[in-house]
Write a protein that binds this ligand. Structure first.
Ligand code: DQA
Length: 145
């Protein structure tokens, strides 16, 4: 089983970026923890982080070949119809992740173009949310497959 883990803009700065909101764990730390879990569960992961909207759309299109996708679209969640369309266009289920719960933050973060098109999402659980999402997605794929 193959799962693509895609992260959007500014998530490469986790660790230094607004630590009071996002904590001090880096994206590399998160990816290492996911990799350890994936090996234990015998799943193959690929990782990508993109600051550009178009790059993220292209990466989602390329993920058509994997079994599932974990996506933190970051700020594009609240702005991008192109990303929404890409999620709808690809075959594998997409599991959304947000470190914080955007619905409890500024009003503009309540607009979410992805919430109703992702298979499911994990929000507000910090870095651990990626591990929860990975486990949940694998369980879903194994149950359905
Ligand atoms: C985020 C929430 C978004 O609103 C924000 O723009 C981010 C990070 C999160 O993981 O909590 O960049 O996706």
């Amino acid at each position: 089983m193959k799962i693509a883990v895609l992260n959007g803009p500014n998530l490469n700065l986790l660790g230094q970026r607004e630590p009071e909101l996002y904590g001090t764990t880096t994206l590399v730390d998160i990816e290492q923890q996911m990799q350890t879990l994936a090996e234990a569960l015998r799943v193959e992961l690929t990782f990508g982080q993109y600051n550009g909207e178009g790059e993220l759309v292209t990466a989602l299109q390329a993920a058509d070949r994997v079994d599932g996708v974990i996506l933190n679209a970051a700020a594009y969640t609240h702005t991008s119809i192109a990303l929404r369309d890409a999620v709808l266009a690809i075959r594998p289920p997409v599991w959304g992740v947000h470190l914080t719960d955007p619905s409890t933050r500024e009003d503009f973060r309540r607009i979410d173009y992805l919430a109703d098109v992702v298979f499911n999402q994990t929000v507000g659980r910090g870095p651990e949310g990626y591990l929860v999402a990975l486990q949940s997605l694998i369980q879903t794929l194994r149950t359905e497959g």
